[in-house]
Design a binder for this molecule. Structure first.
Ligand code: 9MR
Length: 332
């Protein structure tokens, strides 16, 4: 176990990645280097991080993460170019607070994508070009957003073309959550099919993979992998985690993880990775959304301040039963 590496164990099938940030590349550095061969910046490459004001870019923190990765031979994904969240309001509103018209929005989008993708050209192996554009409910495929309202439905196609113009070697992904839900799955499928039919340079679908113990459904995961793969695009699991809480659980005072739940979590991780290895011909990487349980986004979501234990390493950076399961089942 001491010398074992999750990424080496699964290297015959796919890369194994982790979301990292400018703190965890230091605090969790040894763990990242030992167990992962791909990283994603958790927040540092988002629009508001790189391009807070119209006339300047700040690449420092994102560059630090890239330097960390390259100095250890770790590949890096880019996350994310066009999203409705974590995007400064100047992108959507002019100085007078008026909604910017289509031409201005496209100019801003093009400028942003060109600057960012060219900055990282040949250093970032794939980009989440558009993130979470599909509606969770209702009949519409696209969720309401300023991008949709002010540019129109072709905003996704435009984003992919701008990225392709800037780096025609990087793999360009559409990335979304609840992607294994059968209704949302079909919307994502239709969206990506339309883009492919129009000749848009879209190469992959990022399946985020934020699961919960009581709702994760392996049949749905398999059906989604099959459905998306049928489009002839590459696939990645981009943000994997398994919350220890059931979907409707709102308790706040849990101080330590329940061992029975950790065992169930290990079972689910084991089943997922076994399934993923069956899709190695289309699945290029499986990325966890964090490194260890001491720093993870679910500590605040969906219940503010509630501790969760969704990852493969515990708060002391020690392997959890889930990590042992993943190594044991491939004889690492
Ligand atoms: O993990 C990220 C967290 O630190 C941010 O506060 C949050 C803000 O939107 O974004 C989190 O990452 C999200 C990712 O960028 C896109 N998919 C959902 C992730 C979890 O919310």
């Amino acid at each position: 176990m001491g010398k074992a590496s999750l990424a080496k164990a699964y290297a015959p099938w796919f890369k194994v990645g982790a979301a990292v940030n400018h703190r965890t590349i230091k605090s969790h550095g040894p763990l990242i280097v030992q167990h992962f061969n791909s990283v994603t910046a958790e927040n540092e490459m988002k629009f508001e991080s790189l391009h807070k004001r119209p006339d300047s870019f700040s690449f420092d923190q994102a560059d630090d993460i890239l330097d960390f990765a390259t100095s250890h031979g770790i590949a890096m994904r880019g996350h994310t170019l066009v999203w409705h969240n974590q995007t400064p309001s100047w992108v959507f509103l002019d100085d007078q607070g008026r909604e910017r018209p289509r031409a201005e929005m496209l100019g801003i989008m093009r400028h942003h994508i060109h600057a960012v993708v060219k900055h990282y050209q040949s250093k970032i192996y794939c980009w989440d070009v558009v993130n979470e554009a599909v509606a969770d409910s209702g009949d519409e495929i696209l969720r309401p957003s300023p991008w949709l309202k002010q540019v129109g439905e072709d905003y996704l196609a435009q984003a992919f073309w701008y990225a392709y113009e800037s780096d025609n070697q990087a793999a360009l992904y559409y990335n979304d959550y609840n992607e294994t839900d059968p209704i949302k799955r079909e919307k994502i499928y239709r969206l990506v099919k339309q883009l492919l039919d129009q000749g848009v340079p879209i190469h992959g679908i990022g399946m985020q993979g934020h699961f919960k113990l009581n709702t994760i459904n392996l049949d749905h995961v398999k059906a989604a992998l099959d459905r998306y793969a049928s489009l002839g695009v590459r696939l990645q699991i981009t943000e994997l985690d398994i919350s220890l809480y059931d979907a409707d659980d709102r308790t706040t005072d849990v101080k330590s993880p329940d061992p029975d739940r950790l065992a169930l979590q290990a079972d689910r991780y084991g089943e997922l990775f076994a399934l993923f290895t069956e899709y190695a011909s289309v699945l290029d990487a499986v990325t966890l959304w964090g490194v260890a349980d001491d720093e993870n986004w679910l500590d605040d979501f969906p219940v503010k301040g509630r501790k969760d234990w969704p990852l493969l390493f515990d708060g002391e950076h020690q392997p959890k039963v889930a990590l042992k399961r993943l190594l044991d089942q491939v004889d690492a």
